[in-house]
Ligand binder design. Sequence first.
Ligand SMILES: Cc1ncc(C[n+]2csc(CCOP(=O)(O)OP(=O)(O)O)c2C)c(N)n1
Ligand SMILES: [Mg+2]
Length: 377
Amino acid sequence: MADNDESRWGSRARRTTASFVVEHTAYLGPEGEVLAALPAFAEDRDGLIDLYRSMWLTRIFDAKAVSLQRTGRLGTFASSLGQEAVSVGLGAAMHADDVLVPSFRDQGAQLRRGVTPCELLLYWGGDERGSVFSGPVEDFPVCIPVGTQAPHAVGVALAFQLRGQPRVAVCVLGDGATSRGDVYEAMNYAGVRGVPVVFVVTNNEWAISVPRRRQTAAVTLAQKAIGAGIAGEQVDGNDVVAVRAVVEAAADRARSGGGPSLVEALTYRLTDHTTADDASRYRDDAEVTARWARDPIARLRAFLVAKGWWGREQEDALLEACRRVIDAEADVYLATPALPATAMFDHLYATLPAQLAPQLAALERSEARLRSEVTDA
Ligand SMILES: Cc1ncc(C[n+]2csc(CCOP(=O)(O)OP(=O)(O)O)c2C)c(N)n1
Ligand SMILES: [Mg+2]
């Protein structure tokens, strides 16, 4: 090798100054087979069924939201089909007083933490009240701009650190978001201050139509943490047991002063990017079909069935119960009278900045004009 060519280099004194590894954790294989001794929580039947229910609730919520959008009763929506184990697993790993700083495909974690399906529908329906959570009041709202929530999460974690509170900010990002400057800056500052934040990167292999391989030349996304001096590891994102265990360990570490980390969860987006997308234009159906073999719900079900903890009857009853919950919540959403468009000004600032006052006035005038046209008609 040219690198060892003595005529070029002479004899150098060389040593390795640092080396890094990226570990990957999994407990359940694609058929639900056990790959390693399970963490204590996974020996508990009811606890696992609870995770299973959360994944189904999320999937049924997603299906409902897509059908509401398709029938003109919801705005653009981002389904998490296939990614339920990441979202539910990280939600289950968090303490109630931790703060979730989500992206726009993390409804599994939000529902798990007590955001109601109705609130989520209100949000995606364009109603500001959807971000006023009745449950986890300090959790952040859905974040549409890619990666801008990462510095916010570090700010939250810094506040916990300054107040001496044993709490953790959990920031969820996509694979695409890891290419954004905001995310590097956030990770870098988190490392410098050692704040209690866990970045969970949901690597679903696509950023709209951009595949993972065109997003970065890095072998893993987890290794991006290493440049910031923080821990980075991978987890099988279709294994809810592994996601919960790994995020829980990272959060516990952060909570006890062990600093931030990044968890890259390997999964796959089984559906369109959003209801405004048609993924068949940029990826093969064969690829998607193959990835259904790693469906996180089927995986946990296979494990539960093999344990003798689950059967057809329980499955039917669970699905029926989840559908009832989601249908009832959707009914409440549909029956909620819309706010005037001017409501958007009410939810952003405690005191409206002077430069926005003319915009509010203009909107009020146009709303009044619309109302009078409707009355005249
Ligand atoms: C700053 C910014 N740029 C572009 C967009 C448009 N956009 C929405 S989602 C998305 C891709 C995000 O990919 P990824 O981070 O992998 O998350 P995923 O959608 O796969 O969950 C883009 C480019 C945006 N919302 N914000
Ligand atoms: Mg992605």
